[in-house]
Design a protein around this ligand. Structure first.
Ligand code: NAD
Ligand code: UDP
Length: 345
């Protein structure tokens, strides 16, 4: 790889920036599930945080505790439009994009724009500001994998013309954009491939499996099992995910290649449902529904690279993470929906 002289200066300037204590951190998607946790962490670490979100799936409730706090600002903005920010920016964490299949499929073209135009707008901002930028990519780049455990060299098996394609293909293309901005312009890029992550701040109406199951159980409704529930996912607790994400962003040397961050403990969707029933202690049952088209049969990250490069491995067992998440949803349902009776033992 041949850098131009201006790009080398840019890299040197950025290395010197390691001396700067307080950073300005931009978090597109900061009002969402993961983004709001990240904003809170960065603020607690003493950094200035600029949360940028169009509130498509994000909620002001997730960042309400930060609004008005010194060092925190919120811009309602769609990343498909160029983003202008005054002053220096040190880090950008691009988390903007609905992650729940039923949500990102509502307007697939907007989802595509978010991941492509959004990535380009934010990469341009990173280039303008000499900022380091992280892309929240996804295990969906592996599609419906033919191999048991997916490592970063696996190229995936994605259907380009299915209902999930707007998300999968645009996330893949965003990785390409990150690769090219790094190689062409010397932008310091990071790519994290996130496997199913859950925890507090998920929207009760989000539609992903963990929130659906817990909310259904707490409402005394049957849990909706898509297909026979034998498909697997590997569920990572939000705190673990953020530890990995921050470690990747903080690596002092260039590391543009993608890194899997997820919990390799594989679990069938049926076993997840049984665990939620056990932990909530409700009398709900299971009801089978049609399996959505292109629903991946299995997901399990190979995290060798994260372990070797970041010294990272998940710490939170599914049972413990679910317990925290159930406590959050009990409070959330009681606060948000008058009249909803939360059934617990
Ligand atoms: P989320 O839906 O809770 O958060 C996404 C946030 O992005 C929301 O606040 C939403 O309003 C915002 N957003 C969407 N489109 C936007 C746009 N065009 N402009 C500005 N803001 C926009 O989802 P999440 O679980 O917090 O996911 C965050 C990121 O991590 C996403 O990019 C997602 O693809 C990625 N990811 C998450 C998971 C997971 O399991 N949580 C797995 C793989 C990848
Ligand atoms: N799923 C389910 N019931 C639900 C929601 C999802 O059985 O109410 C299944 C879904 O078909 C998939 C798995 O759970 O096999 C994970 O779905 P989710 O939407 O959370 O994430 P993704 O499919 O993107 O991994």
């Amino acid at each position: 790889m041949v850098y131009q002289i201006t790009d080398l200066h840019r890299l040197l300037r950025k290395r010197r920036r390691g001396w700067v204590k307080q950073k300005t951190v931009v978090v597109p998607g900061g009002a969402g599930f993961l983004g709001s946790h990240l904003c809170a962490r960065k603020l607690a670490q003493g950094h200035r945080v600029i949360c940028v979100d169009n509130l498509q799936t994000g909620r002001l409730a997730n960042i309400a505790g930060m609004i008005g706090t010194e060092g925190f600002s919120f811009f309602k903005h769609d990343v498909t439009e160029p983003l202008r920010i005054e002053g220096a920016v040190d880090e950008i964490f691009n988390l903007a994009c609905a992650a729940s299949p039923p949500k990102y499929q509502i307007d697939p073209v907007h989802t595509f724009r978010t991941n492509i135009w959004g990535a380009m707008n934010l990469l341009d901002l990173a280039r303008e500001k000499d900022a380091r930028i992280l892309q929240a990519s996804t295990s969906e780049v592996y599609g419906d994998p033919e191999i048991e455990q997916q490592d970063e060299t696996y190229c995936g098996r994605v259907n380009a013309v299915g209902p999930r394609a707007c998300y999968d293909e645009s996330k893949r293309a965003a990785e390409t954009l990150f690769y090219d901005y790094h190689h062409l312009y010397g932008v310091e890029t990071r790519i994290i491939r996130i496997f199913n992550t859950y925890g507090p701040h998920m929207d009760p109406g989000d539609g992903r499996v963990v929130s659906n199951f817990i909310v259904q159980a707490l409402r005394g409704q049957d849990l909706t099992l898509y297909g026979d529930g034998s498909q697997t996912r590997s569920f990572c607790y939000v705190d673990d995910l953020l530890d990995g994400m921050e470690a990747l962003m903080a690596l002092p040397h260039d590391f543009p290649g993608p890194v899997n961050i997820g919990n390799p403990a594989e679990c069938s969707v049926r076993d997840l449902a049984q665990l939620v029933l056990e932990l909530t202690g409700t009398g709900s049952g299971l009801v089978e529904k049609a399996l959505p088209q292109d629903d991946p049969r299995r997901r399990r990250p190979d995290i060798t690279l994260a372990q070797r490069t970041l010294g990272w491995a998940p710490q939170v067992a599914l049972r413990d993470g679910l317990q925290h998440t159930i406590e959050y949803f009990i409070a959330e349902l009681e606060r948000g929906s008058a009249g909803v009776r939360v059934k617990t033992t």
